[in-house]
Design a protein around this ligand. Structure first.
Ligand SMILES: [Zn+2]
Length: 396
């Protein structure tokens, strides 16, 4: 399924790449489409998802430039550049996914694990689910909906975390889910110390784009639990990925079950489906749906433990889409290469395992465009937190 648009729009983008003599007519385009692609591809007419503001802007301007061919061509070029850039971002994710499935160590002797997180449209998880709600008397009956978060660890495992609506869903929930997935990977024998984690999510502060996940990532790196972590987000409006396709399959599976009365029965139905070997053929280590009844308050715990180090500008327009955490020694950085103003005030002494944060605007930008490394979490602070043996409190 191609993103929403019309034949004319797709043709205009194609013609932009061709010389004047090679231009294709709408008639020829339609003919080739119907003969070769019509049975395999379709253009989505409209989408339920919020559209990318850049795309909306380009399309709107193009509509108003019908009479000015030169200006229209210039605008189409800008629009094509935007679409190509978002495609290059996806390629970065697809590359990480392939590396994760291959499981072979890279020349630097670490393995890539690509994990993608997202939430399912919870309207599909109303309970109780029964044929009786088709009756007129019960059609307006208000039912609670469960929240469902999916996580694909490419080449390894996949998880579905179901929870009741009253359980707080925020950065702490997401942190707990990421840690649970990592814990399960370790339980199945993967040595996480050599893992470069690529954590993909939507461009929203509700999931990974928040200070709680940044602090958690830094803590895991400082304590040598992982080799490095890169938190990546595709641009808003272009973040529909393989996990959303998986969700639509889950929705179809649920539609074949008419009587599911409790959250536990939802879990049972999903686990039965996940046990089928034809489900997620690459994720063979573990496929599991489970009910989350409580989470830990990682937000408060990490804010206090990391001495309230707070990165501003994490979300909103112009915010970066890539946050990379490494140990300073792994990047070969000297003291003067790192911006450590915040911690100098608190008197932290430099250490090779200090965690530095680098950001860049888009996933496909070259590594040379990374911002100047910031000392995000000194090793001494992480060790102090670990030695205290403190754990976050539960929240229900
Ligand atoms: Zn766009």
């Amino acid at each position: 399924m191609l993103p929403p648009g019309s034949f004319s729009e797709y043709l205009a983008l194609l013609n932009l790449r061709l010389d004047a003599a090679e231009k294709i007519t709408l008639k020829l385009f339609s003919l080739v489409w119907s003969e070769s692609f019509g049975a395999r591809l379709a253009i989505r007419e409209k989408t339920q998802h919020a559209q990318c503001a850049q795309c909306v802007k380009h399309k709107h301007i193009l509509r108003h430039l019908r009479g000015d061919l030169k200006a229209r061509r210039g605008q189409q070029k800008l629009y094509a550049e935007h679409l190509e850039r978002q495609y290059r971002d996806r390629v970065v994710y697809w590359r990480a996914r392939s590396c994760s499935r291959l499981k072979t160590p890279l020349p630097s002797n670490h393995v890539v694990v690509a994990m993608i997180l997202d939430a399912i449209d919870h309207s599909k998880f109303k309970y109780p689910r029964s044929r009786v709600f088709a009756s007129k008397e019960l059609s307006t009956y208000i039912r609670p909906t469960m929240d469902v978060m999916g996580c694909l660890v490419h080449g390894h495992s996949c998880f579905l975390a179901l929870s009741e609506p009253f359980l707080p869903k925020g950065s702490s929930f997401c942190a707990d889910l990421v840690l649970h997935c990592l814990h399960r990977l370790a339980r199945h024998g993967l040595d996480l110390r050599g893992v470069a984690l690529h954590l993909q999510s939507d461009n929203t502060s509700k999931e990974t784009k928040n200070n709680t996940l940044l602090r958690l990532s830094a803590l895991l790196i400082a304590l040598h639990r992982l080799k490095n972590i890169v938190l990546c987000q595709l641009e808003s409006g272009h973040s529909h990925e393989d996990i959303d396709q998986w969700f639509s399959v889950i929705t179809s599976v649920l539609q074949t079950h008419h009587e599911i009365h409790t959250p536990a029965q939802f879990v049972e139905v999903l686990n039965k489906w996940l046990r089928d070997p034809s489900t997620r053929v690459h994720e063979t280590t573990e496929r599991h749906a489970f009910l989350v009844e409580s989470t830990r308050d990682w937000k408060t715990f990490l804010a206090a433990g990391c001495k309230s180090n707070h990165l501003v500008g994490v979300g909103g327009p112009g915010a970066p889409h890539v946050f990379a955490f490494d140990r300073r020694s792994d990047l070969g950085l000297e003291d003067e290469d790192v911006d450590s103003r915040f911690w100098q005030r608190l008197g932290a002494t430099p250490h090779p395992s200090d965690v530095v944060l680098r950001t860049k605007q888009y996933m496909s930008d070259p590594d040379s465009s990374y911002s100047r490394p910031i000392l995000y979490l000194p090793y001494a602070v992480a060790v102090e937190l670990a030695q205290q043996g403190a754990v976050p409190e539960g929240q229900f």
